[in-house]
Design a protein around this ligand. Structure first.
Ligand code: UDP
Ligand code: MG
Length: 313
């Protein structure tokens, strides 16, 4: 029987302190697999440190390790997309370069793959290791996302996943610029299987996410999977118009009965401010979507590759 090829796909940005350890641990695990050949495909996402030269050095020694050097930093979401394009494996597993996703779990994931699952995804056992603010925010966010979108975006899943070839081919069809991969995983469907794991601590270096970039990703998630905020502006507009109309009736009748008076400055001002606020908010929401349309319409390439270590694709 011909062995299947497994690709370990690793997006890496400024991970010079992790790459050797990553290489050693992943190699250790993958060498032990009897039924699989393997490649370790690192997507160097425009690192500014020595990540690239370490990859070159490792590739020179061991052809199991391949790398794609992106032209600049595109972010993890796009780096993963590049990985899907360049992965040769019959099965692809996505790992973090910082070893927070333990490679030792790959054999366990493979069992599910062999049972016929297309998308074996890791879900964190608990979020006890995170700060209260992050936990609370995540919880609220998933609630909102869940109720706004029609696709079932799974809570607390990570990008730690094993994908069959046909799942990867499906993912490759989604070429959107502003990517929310977690949602795209949900969109493609196929047979999914969850497994629980506890993310390890970062091996070295610092996380590239901060609250602001997380918030950005969160907005991305909602705006690329739901048009509800747009509808919300219509609803808000409708409700305020209705209230305004009733108020006008009230004023007209009151004036007819009691005559006009020139009081009411505070009412006037608060109405103006309130309406102004709603108008700006609605404009902002429309702007968010318009910006996305603008970005997609330009049809720019998702990423540019400076170098691929493997046979040309
Ligand atoms: N990463 C990337 N491009 C970026 C930021 C991050 O490829 O612009 C990679 C990073 O090297 C790591 C993975 O994405 O392998 C997860 O990043 P990080 O550990 O910073 O995120 P966290 O684990 O804290 O969510
Ligand atoms: Mg990490």
């Amino acid at each position: 029987m011909k062995k299947q090829l497994l690709t370990a796909l690793v997006p890496a940005y400024n991970e010079e302190d992790c790459i050797y350890e990553l290489y050693n641990r992943v190699t250790n695990v993958l060498k032990g697999l009897k039924n699989y050949d393997y490649e370790i495909l690192v997507i160097n996402d425009g690192s500014k440190d020595n990540t690239l030269s370490i990859l070159e050095e490792l590739h020179a020694k061991d052809k199991h390790i391949e790398y794609v050097n992106l032209a600049r930093n595109y972010g993890k979401e796009t780096a993963m997309a590049a990985g899907f394009d360049y992965a040769k494996g019959d099965v692809v597993v996505i790992l973090d370069a910082d070893l927070q996703t333990p490679p030792e779990l790959i054999p366990e994931m493979l069992k599910y793959y062999e049972e016929g699952y297309d998308d074996v995804y890791g879900r964190r056992k608990s979020r006890d290791d995170e700060t209260f603010l992050k936990r609370f925010g995540t919880k609220l966010y998933y609630k909102a996302l869940q109720s706004l979108t029609r696709v079932d975006i799974l809570k607390n899943t990570s990008d730690f996943r094993m994908l069959s070839r046909r799942a990867v081919e499906a993912l490759k069809k989604y070429r959107e610029q502003r990517r929310y991969t977690k949602g795209i995983f949900a969109l493609i469907g196929f047979k999914k299987k969850e497994f629980l794991y506890m993310p390890a601590a970062r091996f070295a270096g610092k996380t590239k996410w901060n609250y602001l970039s997380l918030l950005n990703l969160a907005v991305e998630g909602i705006t690329s999977f739901s048009t509800f905020p747009l509808r919300l502006s219509s609803i808000l507009g409708f409700v305020t118009a209705l209230v305004g109309f009733i108020y006008i009736l009230f004023l007209v009748i009151k004036t007819l009965i009691f005559g006009a008076d020139i009081k009411g400055y505070p009412t006037l001002l608060s109405v103006i401010i309130f309406l102004g606020g709603i108008q700006l908010l609605s404009l902002g929401v429309i702007g968010e979507y318009l910006g996305r349309i603008f970005n997609e319409v330009k049809n720019r390439p998702l990423y540019l590759v400076e170098k691929y270590s493997g046979d040309n694709k």
